[in-house]
Structure formats: structure tokens, C-alpha cells
Design a protein around this ligand. Sequence first.
Ligand code: PHE
Length: 453
Amino acid sequence: MNGSNRPRVLWASRFGFVLAAAGSAIGLGNIWKFPYITGQHGGGAFVLVYLACIALVGVPILMAELLIGRQGRRDAVGCFAVLERPGSPWMIVGWVGVAASFILLSFYAVVAGWSFDYVVMAASGALRGRSPVEIEGLFGVLVSSPGRVIFWQGVFVVATVAIVLGGVRDGIERCSRILMPALFILLLVLFGRGLMSSGGVPALRFMFQADFSALTPQALLDAVGHAFFTLSLGAGTMITYASYLDPEADLGGLALRIALLDTLMALLAALTIFSVAFTAGIEPGSGPGLVFQTLPILLLELPFGSVLALLFFLLLAFAALSSSISMLEVTVAYLVDEKSWPRWRAAGLVGIAAFLVGVPSALSFNLWQDFKPFFGRTFFEACDLLVSSYLLPLGGLLVAIYIGWVWPRRHSLAELGAGRQQQRWVHSWQLLLRYVAPAAVIIVLLNQMGVFR
Ligand code: PHE
């Protein structure tokens, strides 16, 4: 038996859906990862390539995922049972999504937990009056303490479960309505402060002056990979969220809005972080430690620095939370729709499981730091590689092939393109979905596997 006969709870409004889906998209990927990879790849030219990847690969696949969810009206696995038939091999797309979002939740919670710890440090004044060397050292003290890291990882998972327990409308949508505007305002305040400092103009120049000689093949590949991660593609999240949409929603418009909000937040976050870095004369290419080690030092040197640091880590925590709820919802929707589990049981048990699977990731920075059984990688690094470099691109590739080649074209036309003008858009979208997106993803996957080396 499955739960598909039960009336499905829908989003209270399409705006609520856009906020929730943008909430899923906007996360650590935007505020932590995008700035540091942009820094590493030298700025402007990489930003242009990234924008092209979002437009040509990300948005078409995002639309395809929304289409699958809205037509199937079940969880990511069940959608393919509806669109094809029960037991169809295409259900594997849903399984890839469930696996990806579950593993992602397990280690995402570890990094998100650090941001909770920093919120408390900033609020309690523990950052104030310290020398830069001491502040930089705080990160090492935090991650090398297994108890502290696991505690905050647990708090983060409990917060995620609490929201998902409330359900789609009263939990996820209501929370997104608070978190997303708060996030936007916090980021605008920090952005304004950053632009006014002496690093503002150099940051704009770094981000928007393209020097194509700095562009490497690896930059192109990273841009495609990051487009998947940042738009939450290939993980079943957008399929699941779209399954709670009303049948009349205009999917193209919704996909564009989600992608625009996500891109805007990534650009604002990167500009903010670079302007703070340039003010202090620091190179933006300093890597993953940028946000936790470098940024607090720099923020604290500004007037009202400790308030700014508090705002920044709150921002990071909110962004992570609105993403993690979408990861949990994928597996919860599967258990509720396919196995008829009550939501409380699904959310509770999946939360506990994700926490337990995440513990080795938390230990990868301390007790198990030197335990590298996965081709010289720690457990955390192996999970990250598996999800970000393989599962998400694979899931996205299968979605593109399914909607581009397998699902009858007339259905897409009927669903997306009523007017003549729209039909033209649908044709361009299909071209991207059939040729451009699969080619880009296949190249990325082959490169990951070392074929070009
Ligand atoms: N898009 C999220 C971020 O940028 C990560 C994510 C990936 C969330 C896949 C859900 C699914 O942080």
C-alpha cells in the first residue's frame, strides 16, 4: 500500500514554494564554497563561466526536476512509478536522489554545526579582544574537539528534524518565510558595510573584470559541478518540493526565480567576503578556511566588528538550515508516500540515522584525522566527493536524459508551452536538455574518473 491516495498537502502559495526552494538552493554552497572557489580561480572569468553554467545547464535541469515532481505528485522515487510504471528502472533516479540527500545531510550538519558554535562564540563575546592569531586558532580548537563538534552537529540535526516534523506547509514553508527574508537583510547589511570599506571597489573589480588567461580547464569543470550543488540538483529535493505544487504553476517562471535568487545571494556573499578581505590586504584565494578563519579576523577589525561577526554566522546557520530541511524531506517524503510511515516517525528516525552516519565525518577532523581508508581520503572527504562529484551530477544527468529523450515531447509542450511564444522557449529548453546539459555532465564525470589525466 502507499500513501498516494491521501490528499497531498500543498504549499500555501507559490511564493511560499519559491522561498522554500530558494532556501534549499541557498546554503553553505553560496556563502562558504562559492566565494572560496571563485577566489581560487581568480575571480571575473570564473564568475562568467559559472553564470553560463547556471543558465545553460542548471536552469534546464531545474525545470525538468520541477516538471517531474509536479506531474508525479509523489516522492522522488514514486514520481517515476507514476510517470512510467511501478518497478520502472527510471526509479533509480529517485534512489540516487535519496542516497545523495541523505549522505549530504550527514556531513552538511557537521559544517553547519561549526557555524552554530561560531554564533555562540560571537554572541558571548569570546571573539572580542583577541589577536588575529588567536582568532585563527579558534577554528582549530573547535574542530579538534570531538565532543564540541558532535554536540553542535546534533543540535543542528535536531533543529532540522523539528522543522520537517511540522510538515510542508506549517514546518518548511513557514520557516522559509522567516529565514529567507532574514537571510537577505543580514546579507544586505554586511554587503553594504563591505562595499563602504576600502576593499569594496577592488572586490567589484575582482569579481567583474574578466581575465580569461586565468581560466583553467579545472575551473570550467568546477563551475559545472558547483552549478549542480548550488541549485540542489540531482538530489531529489527539487522533485520532492515540486510535488507539493498546484497543477497550474508556471514552472519556467518558478525555475528562473529560484535560480536568480540563488545567484544573487552567491554574488552578494562573494562580494561581501572579498571586500572584507581586500580591506585587510588578504588574498581572496585562501581556500576553505576563508569563512571560518580569515573572515572573523577581518570583521572584528571593522567598527562594530563583533556585531558583524554575529550577523555573519547567524546568516550562515540560517542558510544551512533552510537547505538541510530540504535534504531531510526527500527521504521523509519517500517513507511517507511509499511506505505510509507517519511523518513524525520518518523525520525522527531518518534524523537519528543521518546523525549517526555523520559522526565519522565529525571525527574526520580530530580523532580519525589520520584514518584515510578511502583512497587517501578521510570519511568526510569521501562523503563529500561521492555526493558532490558523483551522485549529484549523475542524478542530474539522468533527469536530463529522461525528460529530454524519454518523456514524450508532446507532454512537455502541453505542460510548459501553451502559446506560440512559449513553444519557442520550450524548444530551446529541450535542446539544452538533450545535448548541452548531458555533454557537460558527462565530461565532468569522465574527468572525475581520471579519464583525461
Ligand atoms: N544547494 C545547497 C547549498 O548550496 C546544497 C544542497 C545540495 C541542498 C543538494 C540540497 C540538495 O548549500
